[in-house]
Design a protein around this ligand. Structure first.
Ligand code: HEM
Length: 467
């Protein structure tokens, strides 16, 4: 029966490896060893922008596919049950709602807290600036104390402190300076539950029956400190007016646990994403091949002291190129083809087919838009010609109504941190670092440096710091 179905499937016209017609095992193996993104990218390089990756699953990488899957009807196709893995306190949040209507209801409550007009207000930006200041102090301390700084840890702390400021001020964390808060960040970030959660998704019965045995070599996700912190903090009634908590608590439709679940979800969504994106980017800026980009950035910053982070074109170009080359969520965002079926890139897809795009490939495969795609070249973003096409194809935050709601917050955090650091320091990799430890290690949708460690040396460039 499987063979008959495989031979008669309408997906057979779509290019791809022969085994993808019959089995998803090769795909699953690559997921299990944390290499799904590179596996799919290699298939795109061999077979083109549309590839069948499993009997019922197709990966796309074209502008037209991004538009159809993620933007048609506003928020694109419905999410698959894969997102059940991200339920919080057993509740569905904005991120984990599967269909358009549930998502739209929740988004109506939340969206204005993440609008750029809210992010660039003084109380919000002051909190980010203060944390960027604490980060610079850590860089400065590293010069005299150990000679290098573990960026991986410090950037995740920075992202944690920034996002909790936005969610809970004045109850945000201070993990850049407080050990207990740093431990909480580590609990969330140094999570090793990929394999356990994959088994739960692939085969819930197996997961239930052999849960205890599985536990001994593949741990489930457990974040008790973060869970308690959010449950406790989200019960506060006097958070600042710009915070998400203020907005959620003012809504009678939401129960206490919905408020806590939404807050925990945003907290987690804001740590690894911004932390890893900055980590990969600063590592790249510190490589010999990119030192000229670091120098150009420094010149822009030194030439424009006091100018806002959002008015510096080269800084913007560096961040855009960082997000293109090292998107913190580089992986497939799976969606179901709606009832009635659809045609994408000229291929007929029956309803229920799982389709997706992954940012890692979307930013590389259309070489007319991104020539020389594997080279980090911020100046490509300064060319007015093709600007609209490049921005349309930047998929790091996804697109459409279900794209990243925290995009403006993340961009402000990234730019303010880079502005604060590269106004005062140049950076080089510590001699003990190896390129292998900075390889992408895929999690469920996000990807982090394999070694979860990124030592850089900070060299002061201004007399203010040296004094
Ligand atoms: C560089 C940093 C970031 C990147 C690359 C990023 C990327 C993404 C992507 C690709 C999605 C879509 C995921 C999917 O469809 O499965 C998403 C959704 C989301 N992101 Fe971000 N994100 C970043 C930072 C943040 C921050 C700081 C927050 C803050 C709270 C945040 C909150 C969310 C939420 C709540 C969603 C779900 C949106 C919805 O379903 O409507 N993200 N993000």
């Amino acid at each position: 029966n499987t063979v008959r179905q495989a031979l008669s499937s309408p997906l057979n016209r779509i290019p791809g490896p022969w085994y993808a017609r019959f089995t998803s095992l090769v795909l699953k193996y690559n997921e299990f060893i944390a290499k799904r993104t590179r596996y799919i990218h290699a298939l795109h390089k061999t077979y083109g922008p549309a590839v069948r990756i499993a009997p019922n699953e197709v990966a796309f990488a074209s502008t037209a596919a991004v538009k159809e899957i993620y933007c048609s009807g506003g928020s694109g196709y419905d999410k698959t049950e894969f997102y059940d893995l991200f339920k919080v306190y057993e509740r569905r949040t904005m991120f984990t709602t599967l269909n358009k209507d549930d998502h739209a209801k929740r988004k109506r409550i939340i969206a204005d807290r993440y609008a750029n007009t809210n992010i660039v207000r003084k109380p919000s930006l002051d909190g980010i600036a203060e944390r960027a200041g604490s980060f610079v102090k850590r860089c400065f301390d590293s010069v005299s104390v150990s000679g290098s700084l573990d960026l991986y840890v410090c950037l995740h702390s920075y992202a944690f402190d920034c996002v909790t400021h936005h969610l809970f001020h004045p109850y945000g964390t201070d993990s850049l300076q407080n050990k207990q808060d740093e431990d909480m960040m580590r609990e969330v970030t140094f999570d090793d539950s990929l394999q356990n959660r994959l088994v739960r998704y692939w085969n819930p019965t197996l997961h239930r029956v052999f849960g205890k045995i599985l536990y001994s070599f593949a741990k489930p996700r457990e974040t008790p400190m973060a869970d308690d912190f959010v449950l406790h903090t989200s019960s506060k009634t006097d958070a600042a007016a710009f915070t998400l908590l203020d907005r959620l608590r003012g809504n009678p439709q939401l129960e206490e646990l919905d408020v806590a679940a939404e807050c925990l979800d945003h907290m987690v969504a804001g740590i690894d994403t911004t932390g890893d994106a900055l980590c990969f980017l600063m590592w790249e800026l510190s490589q010999p091949s990119s030192l000229h980009c670091q120098q150009t950035l420094r010149e822009e910053l030194h030439g424009n002291p006091g100018v806002g982070f959002d008015r510096l074109p080269y800084l913007d170009a560096v961040v855009m190129e960082g997000l293109r080359c090292f998107p913190a969520i580089p992986m497939s965002l799976p969606r179901y083809v709606p009832p009635g079926g659809r045609t994408i890139d000229g291929y007929i897809l029956p309803e229920g087919t799982i389709v997706s795009c992954q940012a890692y490939s979307v930013g590389r495969i259309e070489q007319t838009v991104f020539p020389d795609p594997d080279t980090f070249r911020p100046d490509r973003w300064l060319d007015e010609k093709g600007d609209a096409d490049r921005r349309r194809l930047l998929f790091a935050f996804s697109n459409g109504g279900r794209g990243c709601v925290g995009k403006h917050l993340a961009l402000a955090e990234m730019k303010m941190l880079l502005q604060a650091v590269y106004s005062k320091f140049s950076t080089l990799p510590d001699e003990t670092m190896t390129p292998e430890s900075m390889e992408m290690s895929d999690q469920l949708v996000s990807s982090r440096p394999l070694g979860q460690r990124c030592l850089l040396r900070f060299i002061p460039t201004t007399s203010e710091v040296m004094a």
